[in-house]
Design a protein around this ligand. Structure first.
Ligand SMILES: NC(=O)c1ccc[n+]([C@@H]2O[C@H](COP(=O)([O-])OP(=O)(O)OC[C@H]3O[C@@H](n4cnc5c(N)ncnc54)[C@H](OP(=O)(O)O)[C@@H]3O)[C@@H](O)[C@H]2O)c1
Length: 292
């Protein structure tokens, strides 16, 4: 049986983590954008037809949330049309598709963590493009997993931890939004979840499919996350800035963000036995790796 897995977005946070975490389990092929441009539907079809893939994991996305407000065409091409093409091409060959999505499909008005069947209502173009991608993946391939995650951090790529460490080294005081809450999540943790799900989907034609939420356990505001990051820097003897809490209204951005980004993870725990570790443990690891 084929053990070849196609991972798109292999240079991104989650794609890099999959390559690192795979550990020889699968024959992972992670083409660069130059090798597979997801804006090119013909190239997607040729890539899927070119090998006997056991599964496809789509980690590629247009992730520039604010820029998407003025680049809707590109965002929809990568985040909606490409997942649709991947879904149709994989379905035609009976290949399961695992597609990564986002908390930004929700508007954040719910008081509790979001569940998989809560109604979606994106606030911006990025969220709308990701929501369209979910629909395209569902419609195109019945053997799909849509894995929604949030607040992704890692020692590589662009993310909040790296931004805080850079700004903290430059300034004595930082002002960080304290009224948006979410679940900081390690790209490594997402990669482990995706590899576990892929393994089961490949082995078991009756493995559960559909939409799942995965984030690390616990919750924080961006301000709380910044304090945790600098707590580890200080514990390691590094100089840290003062981190002042501010409301979202004092940090205007082109795209509106959900005030509540928390996702409930009991479904993935029940169906796949995947338990999320606490975000504080994950953050200590990420900061440690970045400072090593
Ligand atoms: N980051 C977050 O906080 C967050 C939160 C919730 C959900 N997510 C979702 O998680 C998934 C992974 O996110 P991430 O943080 O790993 O993203 P990322 O670090 O921004 O990486 C995005 C990847 O997509 C690739 N890509 C973009 N446009 C492409 C194109 N036209 N053709 C081929 N590849 C293209 C990038 O390639 P280049 O290196 O060439 O640009 C990169 O490898 C995405 O589905 C994202 O929507 C992310």
């Amino acid at each position: 049986m084929s053990r070849a897995i196609l991972v798109t977005g292999g240079t991104g946070q989650v794609g890099t983590a999959i390559v690192r975490e795979n550990g020889g389990r699968f024959d992972v092929v992670a083409p660069t954008r130059a090798e597979l441009d997801l804006g090119d539907v013909g190239a997607i079809e040729a890539m899927i037809a070119g090998r006997d893939w056991a599964a496809v994991i789509n980690c590629a996305a247009y992730t520039a949330v604010d820029r998407a407000e003025s680049e809707g065409d590109v965002a929809f091409a990568v985040n909606a049309e490409a997942p649709g093409a991947l879904a149709r091409a994989t379905a035609a060959r009976g290949i399961p598709l695992l597609h990564v999505s986002t908390d930004y499909v929700f508007d954040g008005s719910k008081a509790e963590p979001y569940r998989e069947d809560d109604p979606v209502h994106p606030l911006g173009v990025y969220g709308a493009s990701k929501e369209a991608g979910e629909q395209a993946a569902r419609a195109g391939n019945p053997r799909h997993i849509i894995l929604r995650t949030a607040w992704v951090v890692s020692p590589w790529g662009a993310n909040f931890v790296k931004t805080m460490l850079r700004l903290g080294a430059e300034r004595s005081e930082l002002r960080v939004v304290a009224d948006q809450i979410g679940c900081p999540t390690g790209a490594t943790d997402i990669a482990r979840a995706l590899l576990t799900m892929a393994e089961r989907l490949i082995a078991d034609p009756d493995a559960p499919v559909g939409t799942y939420h995965f984030v690390n356990a616990g919750e924080a505001s961006w301000h709380g996350l910044a304090e945790a990051i600098f707590g580890h820097v200080a514990a390691g003897g590094g100089a840290v800035p003062v981190v002042l809490p501010i409301p979202t209204s004092e940090y205007p951005t082109p795209a509106k963000r959900p005030m509540n980004s928390r996702l409930a993870t009991d479904k993935i725990a029940r169906d796949y036995g995947i338990a999320a570790r606490d975000w504080r443990v994950m953050i200590e690891e990420v900061v440690g790796e970045l400072r090593a």
